[in-house]
Design a protein around this ligand. Structure first.
Ligand code: ACM
Length: 626
């Protein structure tokens, strides 16, 4: 690439500026002058307006995509530069990753990509070192994560592995998929494992070690699988890392703290192939997690085939220049595309089930639906003022309109297919981040509000609740129940009966929802969102709207602290949120998700008294990555 974008941020913009100033310098290192019409870019810190902008004019914003028009007759000479100052940003960037992620020039002869550097800090700003994890500490040579509730081992031995048996075949195959370079945990000299059933807590297991054999006692099929995975983990650690051993004599007894031990995975913002999703599910199994929340749709992409509505993936699963959905995040001008066929999704569900993991599909509504609106006409009010509201992610009018009958027909068709693919009792229908101005410029929506007696202050929330209640009924008609983000309790809310809500906006939401009678999964962005930066350093990557989620904070967060005892709702479990705006590659996925996913897994499984931060630091590098 001969074009290079140098970008820097300064807190001092024009007096009217909200977020300070970006200074962009596009260097032409090529041999010929370039005459661009426009600069296209995706930036996590968005440009609010071209107030005070110098060197270009803002033509279009769509999510994180921006098109800036070049001054007439601009020529970037060979060796020359184009300098742009942008004054009105939506917020202050906090690190090098929150600026422009991709850029290209539009010219007469086509688009020219630009190598995009990190966002530079203000001149002279201190560059703190990245917060490294402390040196870990292990008191027992046991390579097991999540840590079990009770460990009483009297003697340790060099690794022998486990004897071949039908019981262990499935778990040994899981181990081989996760660690293709590791020695097999099964060996000719391995110790035999005998399985037996007994009354133990749900999903519980116990391992009794003697030099001759290992006895696995289990409560149920899940407990049996957890015990076998624990054995495979112990042997894997001992076979691959000299710090670890196998127990020779003694007992491990164990059961999970929470029934719901989940990971949410956003495949809309940045697509991950079905093979990667399958591997993510394998990783969950190795962590003894048991729920996979598959975030299949969002403004930026519709990722699941709905055969009766082929445009949903034909149009809604593709981003690119000239398409209804424009390139976002680190996309090149050609964008990205991808979706799962029904057959692929079904196979994934079966694969997860074989590992004791239930798949919770999410179709996010009524907001976050730009991809659906781009694909299917008739789901908004034709008389609504265009661009009369923008979502927090910068999408104009991105909610389906609760007053349009076609909305329920189309979403009913979507639910039919979703229920065909996914057998889970719950279907997650989102409900998050509907802009508070949504539908207020829609005459049809306002007529509906009048007719329902919910017009006036808070009308958007009340219309949303009306919509979610209707969708809940549509789920019930299909034999399913509603899962949703915490906003499903706003504006009058949905019925708590059969419903599961995911508390994400704050740590306090869990208690609030429980007091309102809901069963709750705690997934606060402040601790459990894996896209949050893990360090305050400018040199870190990740978002920061919920603050900084250091590994230690994520590990140490106690989800049950401060919960009401007299509430009718219950804390069912906890979940990691893997939002993918920043996760444009597998390498980034791994860098952001680990070891924090392992920290959530241990908090979901292990009672607080048995947790140990330094032990976690020592053990977490043993865990597999995507
Ligand atoms: C969310 O993070 N919008 C649920």
């Amino acid at each position: 690439m001969t074009l290079v974008l140098e970008q820097s941020w300064s807190p001092d913009g024009a007096p009217q500026s909200k977020g300070g100033m970006f200074r962009l310098t596009i260097h032409n290192h090529g041999p010929a002058p370039i005459h661009p019409h426009a600069l296209c870019l995706s930036s996590m810190t968005r440009i609010a307006s071209d107030t005070g902008m110098e060197g270009a004019r803002l033509d279009r914003r769509f999510g994180n995509f921006h098109r800036l028009i070049a001054p007439k007759d601009l020529l970037i000479a060979a060796g020359g530069v184009w300098v742009i100052r942008i004054m009105d940003l939506t917020h202050e960037p906090k690190n090098r990753s929150q600026g422009i992620m991709a850029a290209w020039l539009e010219t007469d002869t086509g688009e020219i990509p630009i190598l995009t550097g990190d966002l530079e800090p203000p001149p002279g700003a201190p560059r703190e070192a990245l917060a490294a994890l402390p040196e870990g500490r292990i008191e027992q040579p046991l390579g097991l994560l999540p840590w079990p509730q009770q460990v009483e081992i009297s003697e340790w031995a060099a690794p022998r592995g486990l004897a071949f048996s039908a019981d262990l075949a499935e778990i040994a195959a899981l181990h081989q998929r996760l660690f293709p370079f590791a020695r097999s945990v099964l060996s000719r000299d391995g110790r035999p494992v005998t399985c037996q059933r007994a009354a133990l807590p749900p999903e519980g297991y116990a391992l009794d070690f003697t030099p001759e054999r290992i006895t696995l006692t289990h409560a149920d099929a899940a407990g049996r699988r957890h015990g076998l995975i624990a054995l495979a983990q112990i042997s894997h650690a001992a076979l691959t890392d000299p710090r670890f051993r196998e127990p020779l004599r003694g007992r491990i007894s164990d059961h999970p703290r929470f029934a719901w031990r989940g990971m949410h995975m956003d495949v809309a913002r940045n697509f991950r192939t079905i093979d990667e999703v399958r591997r993510a599910v394998d990783i969950l199994a190795w962590h003894r997690m048991n729920r996979f929340h598959w975030h299949l749709t969002d403004d930026e992409g519709w990722r699941i085939e709905i055969p009766a509505l082929p445009a949903l993936t034909g149009i809604g699963a593709r981003r690119g220049t000239g398409l209804p959905l424009l390139p976002q995040y680190a996309d090149p001008s050609s964008g990205q595309a991808g979706h799962y066929s029904m057959a692929e999704a079904r196979a994934l569900v079966a694969h997860a089930a074989s590992l004791g993991i239930e798949v919770l599909p999410e179709i996010d509504m009524p907001g976050h639906l730009t991809s659906l609106l781009a694909a299917i006409p008739g789901l908004t009010d034709p008389d609504e003022v265009p661009d009369s509201y923008r979502s927090i992610q910068g999408y104009p009018n991105n909610a389906v309109n609760p007053a349009m009958p076609a909305v329920y027909e189309v979403l009913g068709t979507v639910l039919d297919t979703v229920c065909e693919i996914f057998p889970s009792r719950l279907v997650h229908l989102g409900g998050d981040e509907v802009d508070p101005r949504s539908w207020q410029q829609s005459p049809a929506a306002m007529r509906l509000a009048e007719a329902e007696g919910i017009a006036g202050e808070g009308v958007t929330h009340r219309l949303q609740a009306l919509f979610m209640r209707r969708m809940h009924q549509m789920l019930k008609a299909r034999g399913r129940e509603l899962a949703g983000w915490d906003e499903c309790a706003d504006g009058g809310g949905v019925s708590p009966e059969g419903t599961l809500l995911f508390a994400w906006r704050s740590v306090e939401k869990t208690a609030e929802l429980m007091r309102a009678g809901y069963d709750v999964i705690a997934t606060p962005g402040q601790a459990y969102y894996m896209d949050m930066t893990a360090s305050d350093s400018w040199d870190a990557i990740g978002l920061s709207w919920a603050g900084t989620a250091t590994v230690e904070k994520t590990y140490g967060f106690e989800p049950a602290e401060g919960l009401p005892e007299d509430a009718s709702g219950r804390l069912i479990g906890i979940q990691a949120g893997v939002w993918s705006e920043m996760l444009s590659s597998r390498a980034r996925w791994n860098a952001m998700v680990f070891p924090r996913l392992s920290a959530v897994a241990e908090s979901a499984w292990t009672e607080p008294a048995a947790k140990d931060w330094l032990r976690f630091v020592a053990l977490s590098p043993l865990m597999p990555q995507l």
